[in-house]
Design a protein around this ligand. Structure first.
Ligand code: ATP
Ligand code: MG
Length: 571
């Protein structure tokens, strides 16, 4: 392939909306072009990388026996109403109507659709287990589309779904996919770690996310160096000591008027540490107000809180509700005698805590001192509802937890019978009884993976593609395109590489060498061959890996170039 014939545009300037390196490089290297916020066109170079990742995913899926299908992006509303997710998906789902006023959605995922398809075909245990997958565009009206392909409104996902006769079979399918994911990301040149995660509204059974650790990651991950425990902060647990807050205090509750609203202000005002304060938050769980308390130095974990409240729809209460529940101005909510009789849940760390400072639930800017949880508060339940922090103790081994950032590139889920129940996906057993199919679902963010590779593998000059997913494995920088003899050498190398199934682009543009080298580094082809009149006169062509320093450049005779490239790519 000749550079001059390809639709390539490299840019010197970073795009104005790019916050992270991979987003900047993606655009500057001419892999994608922004069409609108969260919407991108894949240019030829970007398309080649995307297709390579797709192909790895496809091969690994096929190797497990999963079968490729493709289903419509446009999904009838009835499917979503059957599962109850038409309402639950909220504004994240793109909705539309056809000319006959039939409601539909642009698929953000496809559990409903696939269950409907498979149950119409499978009727007997003899047809199970079966796993199907598709590589299909997905649509989500994200609150904050950003970071290029990382969080876009339209993205390419591989979604697989397993159908088994029982829980044991589903378990086997789950781990088969888990191991396939390990192979997929390794072949993409990615270090991706499996972490325990929250089932969300997909069911609440076993699930792992695969994360690429990077500062730019949107997810927090609790990580124990000692035992390898890794969990998304949404579900991560730490070893807690109850009443770690300190000594027993028998003093009576005291009103403490204070202008301080935030924990920071309170620490200054009272001159005591945040561990002696209580943060109280009011939420609305399925329409009913609920209160949650965590220690002042902690944050409430909304996922854990939502599960504890057993809620489907869960959000922070508005100011009016907070005032109604507490009877106090904003910033003065507490667990002692709220105005309304609402359930109060407290973090396990507060069990037995004494001498605490809390909001007053009084008509004024008043806090309370000397609060003892057992004595003064009516707590519905104590449970782990706080976010794990850096330095907390590992619940498994007592080691120290560190908080890292991760980019979620894939997730495997056990769904149980959530969707098969809703869609009555049943099969006839060997003894002519009837049973419900047990399901699992498995997603890879194919387009996000392309960018995660860049985020994990780049330097100040540009991308450093792992060979397996590079748009081209080799760039031949032809320095004197007008010199027929030199051009012929480049042409021969190009043909020989293609014969060896190594994809190559020849930079035949009438440009200065410096421009060519800069572009090659920016796009990040794994191997560069420089073919020029001067070099040839001195004995050959220059070969160098993108990640090697200049002094590692090798000079070889043109006829040896292909062998050398093979060695470098294998290394
Ligand atoms: P996130 O927590 O990042 O919003 P998710 O858990 O909602 O993702 P899944 O439903 O698990 O996403 O989808 C499977 C995969 O699709 C994810 O692991 C991720 O790699 C990818 N993905 C999800 N949302 C987006 C998006 N808006 N843009 C690009 N890729 C996405
Ligand atoms: Mg996920």
């Amino acid at each position: 392939m000749k550079w001059s014939k390809m639709l390539i545009q490299t840019l010197r300037e970073n795009p104005g909306d790019a916050e992270i390196d991979s987003h900047k490089l993606l655009v500057r290297a001419g892999l994608v072009k922004k069409v609108a916020g969260g919407l991108y066109a894949y240019l030829p170079l970007g398309m080649r990388a995307l297709k390579k990742v797709q192909q790895i995913v496809r091969e690994e899926m096929d190797s497990t026996g999963a079968q490729e299908i493709v289903m419509p992006i446009l999904q009838p509303a009835e499917l979503w109403k059957t599962s109850g997710r038409w309402d639950l998906m909220g504004p994240n789902m793109f909705r539309l109507k056809d000319r006959a006023e039939h409601e539909a959605a642009l698929g953000p995922t496809a559990e409903e659709e696939v269950t409907d398809v498979v149950k119409s075909i499978v009727s007997s245990y003899r047809q199970l287990p079966v796993t199907v997958y598709q590589i299909q565009w997905k649509f989500r009206d994200e609150t904050r589309p950003r970071f290029g392909l990382m969080r876009s409104k339209e993205f390419l996902m591989k979604d697989a779904y397993s159908f088994d006769t029982d829980a044991d079979g589903a378990d086997k399918s789950y781990w088969t996919m888990y191991h396939a994911y390990e192979r997929i990301f390794a072949r993409c040149g990615l270090k991706a770690v499996p972490v325990q995660a929250d089932g969300g509204d997909m069911g609440d059974s076993l699930t792992h996310e695969f994360h690429v650790l990077a500062d730019a990651g949107e997810d927090g991950i609790a990580w124990c160096e000692k035992c390898g425990y890794a969990a998304n902060l949404e579900t991560a647990v730490a070893h807690v000591e109850c009443d770690a807050a300190g000594e027993v205090c028998h003093a009576e509750i005291e009103n403490a008027p204070t202008p301080a609203k935030t924990i920071e202000e309170m620490v200054k005002f009272f001159g005591v540490p945040a561990t002696k304060m209580v943060k109280t938050l009011v939420y609305v769980a399925d329409g009913k107000p609920v209160m949650f308390c965590v220690r002042g130095d902690r944050e409430l974990n909304e996922v854990k809180a939502k599960h504890l409240a057993g809620a489907k729809v869960f959000a922070l209460a508005d100011f009016a509700t907070v005032r109604e529940v507490t009877g106090a101005p904003i910033g003065y909510a507490g667990p002692v005698r709220p105005q309304a009789d609402v359930p109060i849940y407290a973090d396990i760390e507060l069990k037995g805590a004494t001498g605490m400072i809390t909001g007053g639930n009084l008509a004024g800017e008043i806090d309370l001192k000397n609060v003892s949880f057992e004595r003064d508060c009516k707590i519905a339940a104590y449970a782990d509802i706080s976010i794990v922090q850096d330095g907390d103790k590992c619940a498994k081994c007592g080691g120290t937890l560190a908080i890292k950032r991760g980019i979620e590139v894939g997730q495997v889920f056990k769904l149980g019978t959530k969707y098969s129940d809703a869609f009555k996906a049943v099969y006839k057993t060997a003894d002519l009884g009837e049973n419900t199919i047990v399901m699992g679902c498995y997603g890879v963010g194919v387009s996000r993976t392309v960018q995660a590779i860049i985020e994990q593998s780049h330097d100040k000059d540009g991308i450093i593609w792992p060979a397996a997913v590079a748009p081209f494995a080799v760039v031949v920088d032809l320095l004197d395109p007008a010199d027929a003899a030199v051009a012929k050498v480049a042409e021969d190398i190009e043909r020989a590489l293609e014969d060896a199934n190594i994809d190559v682009i020849v930079d035949d543009r009438e440009e200065r060498p410096g421009v060519k080298f800069k572009d090659a580094d920016l796009i990040g082809f794994p191997v560069r061959i420089v073919v020029g009149a001067k070099g040839l006169a001195n004995g050959g062509v220059e070969i160098k890996r993108r990640c090697d320093s200049k002094d590692k450049t090798q000079i070889v005779a043109p006829g040896e170039a292909v062998e050398r490239v093979k060695n470098l790519l294998a290394g």
